[in-house]
Design a binder for this molecule. Sequence first.
Ligand code: AMP
Ligand code: GLY
Length: 424
Amino acid sequence: MKVLILGAGGREHALAWAVKKSERVTEVVCAPGNGGMAQIARCLPVNVNDLDSMVALIEAERPELTIVGPEVPLSLGIVDVLTEKGFRAFGPTKGAAMLESSKGFAKRFLQRHQIPTAAYALCANVEEARAEVENFHAPMVVKADGLAAGKGVLICQSREEALHAVEGLFSGELLGEPATQVVIEEFLEGEEISFLCLSDGKHVVPLVPAQDHKRIGEGDTGPNTGGMGVYSTDELLDEPMTEWILRHIAEPAVRGMADEESPFKGVLYCGLMMTARGPQVLEFNVRFGDPETQAILLRLESDLVEAMEACVDGRLCDAALRWTPGASACVIASSAGYPGKYETGFPISGLDAAGRVPGVEVFHSGTALKNGQIVTSGGRVLAVSAIGDSLPQALERAYQAMDEVRFEGMYFRRDIGHRALKKQ
Ligand code: AMP
Ligand code: GLY
């Protein structure tokens, strides 16, 4: 069968790599893809922020399965449109994607279904927010309602700072566009876990857990990014805790969406804070994580396409996922200046040598193929990923591969996995 993957990042490169391994797949098309994906699949231009552009491409290519990588096309309703036209697409509908596209919707949903999350207030204007800020202790968290690529969350150390953040979000000063709603939230303390699961609208099957490193600097300092590295081990969550999260978070969420006639099909990414009073939902994403996917898919032994088809067809219980025990890790190489301004177009060397390190896959996050040369084209450039018998081995392999790679202004964190290594 022919599979088309929408998106252009490291997540989509890892998806294309895993899809290509499926015995059921004869052709992989990526749109728009990147320099790495161009080496394993046919890449076609498309604007993933424009429904018409995506629909025209899919009508021309007629894939048997479309996999939607990023959140924007999902929130625009690409799955609704494709399904209506008779195409099979993996991902939630526009309505179900509101779990990610509206933090206000997500918080009310969590409350309606008694799923553990931080105490919050939803405010429609500055006056409401001014009154609500008084009800929270510092530190507190202020969030814009819509999709903001990780930039819409502000951790505030005082009420004054929170008010300032609220004003900045409503005026448009902080995000470029004025927020329509703002969430004020209790600050939660603990370790963050990315708990992803597949769902067919009814059943839930967890993927192996992962831990992301969102800050740019070592020791988790500096501004938030899309994610600078991630690892996955079985020790991250023991079986009773996995069961608890399934029973109290993932399953009630999927059941709740079905009860509200907006069944959730696709990947539900539960961003969790493991607090003293148990796991709490920080956010839902309605897509694979980036870079979580790069580490998670390295450990997947069974056929990803088979599982995705089971989700689309509503028969997920048939598709058990099998995983390689041990660990995997992914370290991001980024451009100088990221997550702020950065330059692109720098040639990248050492990719072949990096790819020869045992257990390593070098996924491309922001690269382009120009006159036969791979060059940088984004803030996050490479996702150097490795599998191993243990976390130290996976990390050692990823860093060994990273040491082969060079491009101007290359930056990466040397402390990915530091929390888990300390516990060993
Ligand atoms: P979100 O987009 O809601 O996941 O927020 C982005 C990041 O901000 C999370 O990954 C956390 O690191 C942090 N964060 C969000 N909400 C909270 C909270 N209530 N308490 C502490 N940290 C938070
Ligand atoms: N790594 C965080 C995300 O994909 O949202």
